[in-house]
Design a protein around this ligand. Structure first.
Ligand code: NZQ
Ligand code: ZN
Length: 393
């Protein structure tokens, strides 16, 4: 086991009607003026934005609003928002939406706190010294950004999607009402469930430093997400299942399921970020499409973990060789993805990259990762390309 710091400063306000407390929560931050930041319109259509505004008004919070964040949020809107916030004297960012809105908010918060170009953070040119406070009203359980130290932004020119991790961006509070997620299209619900699973799987598939308690939490979380993802497939209005998934989304990416390990693998996220940058695919679906190919490429190098995963998470009976058990676990996970209409290869994801495009993605990941990625098996540029080729059917 490795030493670790578990830092989760986010106040979670969870349950039916929790969004009514938003005004008081922002007020409690002692800010002068908030930016109300949201996405492409779902919060307008559902009436949530109106209720948040009423809550801010009631608490006497001054705010300015800017919507239009798209999935795989763009740097251009971050720049535009920073300009608006400077003009308006904004000192608090309230994200109403999902991972894309939250990540855009975190980028704006970094950009306002320092004069230098915020993209330098995502481009690994420097580390942040400061970040304005961010609060969240969550509308989709998926990215876990409401408690994470991460934000992922796409530079418009060249479709360069990059993440930046720093504890100073962790939101001050996260309002989580599972009822807000019932309006999600089934594809987004399922993609969110995959992303939640993957945040724990990325941490789980490492041979370096594990803890019995962390493994048990991780395995319980993964089983819970799979069970409730199927319930939501058949009954999207099910409140309890929505609540299980929403809480799992936060716990899967706030660091809990990685305590004691070396930090985990994260190759699938690296592979997906290049796919998201080039093809603008939905993050969770992109992860599902590449995971099976990654797993088959690396499982022999991390066999004990894959066997444990097969037995404890996927319920595979241990029979035959460890390799056979591990492969049965991988197949069972792919069957699960298919059962919730998630892709297991590129054609099912709706993309058909040329060889040249895959070479480009592998090279971009080589640059983004500093030459290597992964813990289950350390991967380099040639390996990235092989995994893309395996998934390209
Ligand atoms: O834009 P609107 O109209 O709101 O529609 C959104 C969007 O189209 C819609 N939606 C959200 N809540 C809804 C809803 N539709 C109906 N009812 C609701 N209640 O869902 C679509 C997806 O929203 P988005 O915010 O993009 O989803 P998600 O939370 O999956 O975020 C994805 C982004 O987060 C990044 C991903 O790479 C991607 O860019 N990630 C961020 C992480 C982090 N910051 O910690 C970690 C992740 O690994 C991930 O990389
Ligand atoms: Zn993710």
């Amino acid at each position: 086991m490795f030493n670790f710091i578990y830092h989760t400063p986010t106040q979670v306000v969870f349950g039916k009607g929790a969004e009514e407390q938003t005004g008081a929560l922002v007020k409690g931050q002692g800010c002068k003026k908030a930016l109300l930041h949201y996405g492409g319109g779902s919060v307008v259509r559902s009436g949530l934005l109106g209720r948040i505004k009423a809550s801010l008004d009631q608490a006497g919070v001054a705010y300015v609003e800017l919507g239009g964040v798209v999935p795989n949020p763009r740097l251009s809107l971050v720049y535009q928002s920073i300009e608006l916030c400077k003009k308006e004297g904004v000192d608090f960012i309230l994200a109403v939406g999902g991972g894309s809105v939250i990540d855009s908010s975190k980028a704006i918060a970094y950009g306002l706190a320092e004069e230098a170009d915020v993209w330098e953070l995502y481009d690994r040119a420097r580390r942040a010294k400061a970040c304005l406070p961010v609060g969240v009203v969550l509308t989709i359980a998926a990215a876990g950004s409401e408690m994470s130290n991460s934000s992922v932004i796409t530079k418009d020119e060249g479709g360069i999607k990059r993440g930046y991790n720093d504890d100073i961006c962790r939101p001050r509070f996260a309002v989580m009402d599972p009822e807000l997620t019932v309006t999600l299209p089934p594809y987004q619900t399922a993609s969110g469930c995959v992303d939640i699973l993957m945040h724990t799987m990325e941490r789980y598939f490492t041979p370096n430093g594990t803890m019995e308690l962390t493994d048990s939490l991780a395995e319980g979380l993964m089983r819970t997400v799979m069970k409730n993802a199927v319930i939501l497939r058949d009954d999207p209005q099910n409140y309890d299942a929505r609540a299980e998934i929403m809480w799992a989304g936060s716990l899967s990416h706030n660091g809990l399921t990685g305590c004691g390990s070396d930090g985990g693998d994260w190759a699938c996220h690296g592979l997906e970020h290049e796919m998201g940058g080039m093809f603008d695919v939905t993050h969770g679906a992109g992860l599902a499409a590449v995971w099976g190919s990654w797993a088959r490429y690396v499982y022999r190098d991390c066999l004990d973990r894959f066997v444990r995963f097969a037995v404890n998470v996927m319920g595979v009976a241990e029979a035959g060789t460890p390799e056979e058990t591990a492969l049965a676990g991988i197949e069972a996970m792919e069957d699960f993805y298919r059962s919730i209409a998630m892709p297991t290869c590129f054609s099912e994801l709706g993309i058909s990259p040329t060889r040249e495009q895959m070479v480009t993605m592998a090279h971009m990941l080589h640059i983004a990762s500093g030459g290597k990625k992964g813990a289950a098996k350390v991967l380099r540029e040639a390996d990235f390309l092989k995994i893309y080729e395996m998934a390209n059917h």
